[in-house]
Structures are given as structure tokens and as C-alpha cells.
Design a protein around this ligand. Structure first.
Ligand SMILES: *Cc1c(COP(=O)(O)O)cnc(C)c1O
Length: 432
């Protein structure tokens, strides 16, 4: 490597970053290492592996070469120091919180979050003793700061919350989290690192559901956690003893062994090892293939989403379009600051005719697929109140902005004209 070499562009790194060529076979494409474990070379080698004295691999639950390439690639694209891929986005969120917090601890969370995450927060994580406190979107800095406690372990948010796209001011939340002595954890699923890199704005840990745009074809589930290497664990040592204290007498702490990369090392070698949220390398092969074309797909996703949003906005059947790429959106300024290459490809619409119109709309679709999922090459649609948010009370739905006529569209890569034709038919059926 030439010193001061220009860092390669995103388009190049999405294809090459993290790949290693096998010294025997020289496979150009990263192979699927479909194996549970790895041969010891000797008795001593086995002992060294288990003692952490060897860089070789022992078992695929937390260490598989195919998965390792995807982890390194995502860390590179997000600008972090380490990446770990797991079985799903939910697994990535759970593993991250298990690594940061324990029973009796507290986390501060922004209000607008993917409903699967909210379900985990109010369900089993609460039952396991984690106190999850939602901070209203309108909270001032002072109101934020008054909520930090000695037991607070993280601030958790999403860059572009699914489904209403209320662009988050990541730099502000990072400043508040750091003033409170905790890392900022950000779910960056909807923009992907092509449209936004939260670590550049001060976030410390980035989470993905790779099932969405990163894999991109609606075929596999996966998740990822990227450690930015930015949070100073030792400056907040009493809050994070799992990283800063010796795991057993005489052993070095994670911060002593791994420095700024302590969190990722702990997540991989303790949390993923103990809980086993392992993603199959066959799924990761499809994820890697997807990531190779991420920039191209995202460019088309946002171009199509912009055209569809603009076409929908003046329609009389549509009371409101939630898309921060529109100049009329209250989040347009934040979108220009945080999402200069495009505001993602979720376009949520409120049908003027409420739930009856939504039923007619969904049942009239022919090209667009009615289903739960986002970030597919295909355009998808879902009526949220009767599906993902059905377990909530009417009051809770309205508080979360889930109005009776709300439809979430995930705009795919078909021709924009064909997507609009299908929407035209569905809106005609929905009526005013
Ligand atoms: C889908 C999604 C998840 C959960 O991911 P899975 O891979 O489905 O488990 C988490 N966060 C966001 C923002 C999502 O859209």
C-alpha cells in the first residue's frame, strides 16, 4: 500500500472490502464455508484456540469465514472498526442490548421506531428487567439530560424511522448521549450506509436488518451490528464493567485487549457465543451478492420513490404523503442535511377514506405485492393498522401516528411508470 493512498470510493468498497482470497483455491467470489467447526492441528492447537491464544477459528456459532467477510464489509461501509452479522435485525438489536445492559438497567429511546423493536422493548426486554423509557420527539436538551440515571446504558434510535420517515437529528442525539455518559445506538436499516453513515455524525453502534435493502432481493433474513470504535468505555468504566473489568482473575479486560474495538469483540466472543443468534453462511452469501450492487439499487430505489411520492401528493384520495424527499415535508431540511443522496424508498400514505378505502386499495393491487417486508426489488404495500400495529389499542396507534388509512409502500425497482399505473388503479378503487 502506498502511504496516503486515496480511500477507495463506496462503489468499489461495496464489492471488495473485507474479502480475503483463500490461499489454496483462489476463489474470486467469497465461498460459502458451510461447516460447523474447524480442525485442530494438534492437542496444543486446541488448547491455544480455547484460551484465545490463536487467531484460527474454533466453531461457526460466532466465527465463520463467510460471515466474517460480511462483517468486515459492513464495518468498512459504515466507517466502523468491527462488524458482526447475525440471524436477523431483531437478533442484532437483542444482542446489542444484551451486550450493553442487564436487569435493573435503563435505556432512553426515541418515540418513532419500527414496531418489532417497540414490541421487544415493551415485551420480553421489560420482563427481563430492562427499563425502557421513551423520550418524546419534542423534548428539549434539558428534558433529555434530566432523564439520564446512573443505570442508563444507551440511547437508542433509528436514522429514518420505519414507517413514517421522521428523519432523526443524529448529531444532536450523539451529543446528548455522550453528555449522559452512554453510547448512541442507531438502527440504520432504512437508509443503508449508501444514503447515510451515522458514525460520521457521532453515533457509536450501528444496527441493521440486512434482510431489507442490503441483501435487497427479499430472499434472506439477516442482521448486523457495527462497532464504530468511537465510544470511550474506559472514561465510563463503572457503567460498563463487562468491558472494563477483568472477566476472571488475572485476565485482561476487553478494553485492555481490544482498545476502542472492545464492544465488537465482546459482542462476538461473549454474547453471540453464549446466545447463538447465528446466521447461516448460505444467507450471508446472498447478502454479500446483494451488497455488491447496493449503490446502484439505492439510486434507483430513491429515484422511483421520489417520482411516486410526487405523483401521490396532489391526489385527492391521499390525505398525506410521509416522504422527507418532498419539499412540503416537515423533515425536508433534516433530510437534506442527513440524506443528500436521497430520502430512502419508504413512502407511507394516509388514504382519505380511512380503513374501508385501505381495504379496497390493497385488494385492487396487481403489480405491487401486499405483504410485510421492506427493501425488496419488488414494490410492497401493507395496511399497518390491521397488521403490524393491530395488537395496539386505537389510542396507541394514533399516538404512534398509525392512522386508520395508513399504507406503507416500499418502492421497488420496477419501472416507475408501472408502479404508478398500479397505484392509479388502486387509488381509483379506494376512492376519496
Ligand atoms: C425489519 C426491521 C428490523 C427487524 O429486522 P428482521 O431482519 O426482520 O429481524 C429492525 N429494524 C428495522 C428498522 C426494520 O425495518
Amino acid at each position: 500500500m502506498v502511504e496516503h493512498e486515496r480511500r477507495q470510493d463506496f462503489e468499489t468498497r461495496q464489492i471488495h472490502a473485507g474479502a480475503r482470497i483463500d490461499s489454496d483455491v483462489h476463489s474470486r467470489v467469497t465461498p460459502i464455508y458451510q461447516t460447523a467447526g474447524y480442525l485442530f492441528e494438534s492437542f496444543d492447537d486446541g488448547e491455544d484456540l480455547f484460551a484465545g491464544r490463536s487467531a484460527r477459528r474454533a466453531y461457526s456459532r460466532n466465527d465463520n469465514p463467510t460471515n466474517a467477510v460480511a462483517g468486515r464489509r459492513l464495518a468498512d461501509l459504515e466507517g466502523g472498526v468491527d462488524g458482526i452479522v447475525v440471524a436477523s435485525g431483531q437478533a442484532a438489536i437483542a444482542a446489542t442490548l444484551f451486550a450493553l445492559a442487564q436487569a435493573g438497567d435503563h435505556i432512553l429511546v426515541t418515540q418513532s421506531l419500527y414496531e418489532g423493536t417497540r414490541e421487544m422493548f415493551r415485551g420480553t426486554l421489560r420482563r427481563q428487567g430492562l427499563d425502557v423509557e421513551y423520550v418524546p420527539d419534542a423534548a428539549t436538551d434539558q428534558e433529555w439530560m434530566s432523564r439520564f440515571r446512573a443505570t442508563t446504558k444507551a440511547v437508542y434510535t433509528e436514522t429514518l424511522p420505519n414507517p413514517l420517515n421522521q428523519v432523526t437529528d443524529i448529531a444532536r442525539l450523539a451529543r446528548l448521549a455522550h453528555a449522559g455518559g452512554v453510547p448512541l445506538v442507531v438502527d440504520n436499516t432504512v437508509p443503508t450506509p449508501y444514503l447515510q453513515r451515522p458514525i460520521e455524525h457521532g453515533a457509536d453502534i450501528v444496527i441493521h436488518s440486512t434482510s431489507k435493502w442490503l441483501a435487497g432481493h427479499g430472499a434472506v433474513l439477516g442482521g448486523a451490528v457495527v462497532d464504530g470504535g468511537t465510544f470511550d468505555w474506559t472514561a465510563n468504566a463503572a457503567r460498563f464493567p463487562q468491558l472494563t473489568e477483568a472477566p476472571r482473575a488475572g485476565a485482561p479486560s476487553f478494553t485492555e485487549r481490544f482498545g476502542p474495538a472492545a464492544f465488537g469483540a465482546y459482542l462476538r466472543s461473549v454474547i453471540v457465543l453464549e446466545y447463538g443468534p447465528t446466521v447461516p453462511p448460505t444467507s450471508t452469501f446472498l447478502l454479500l451478492t446483494g451488497i455488491e450492487t447496493l449503490s446502484l439499487r439505492m439510486e434507483r430505489h430513491v429515484a422511483n420513490a421520489g417520482r411516486v411520492a410526487e405523483w401521490l401528493e396532489p391526489r385527492s384520495e391521499v390525505a398525506r404523503v410521509h416522504y422527507p424527499g418532498l419539499a412540503s415535508s416537515p423533515f425536508h431540511d433534516l433530510a437534506q442535511r442527513y440524506l443528500p443522496l436521497g430520502a430512502g424508498s419508504i413512502v407511507s400514505i394516509e388514504l382519505a377514506g380511512g380503513r374501508p378505502a385501505a381495504r379496497r386499495f390493497i385488494d385492487a393491487l396487481r403489480l405491487i405485492s401486499p405483504m410485510t417486508h421492506i427493501g425488496d426489488v419488488r414494490t410492497l404495500a401493507i395496511h399497518l393498522g390491521s397488521t403490524i400495529h393491530a395488537k395496539l389499542t386505537e389510542r396507541e396507534r394514533l399516538d404512534a401516528g398509525i392512522t386508520p388509512g395508513l399504507i406503507r409502500l416500499s418502492i421497488g425497482l420496477e419501472s416507475a411508470r408501472d408502479i404508478v399505473d398500479d397505484l392509479e388503479r388502486a387509488l381509483a378503487a379506494a376512492g376519496d
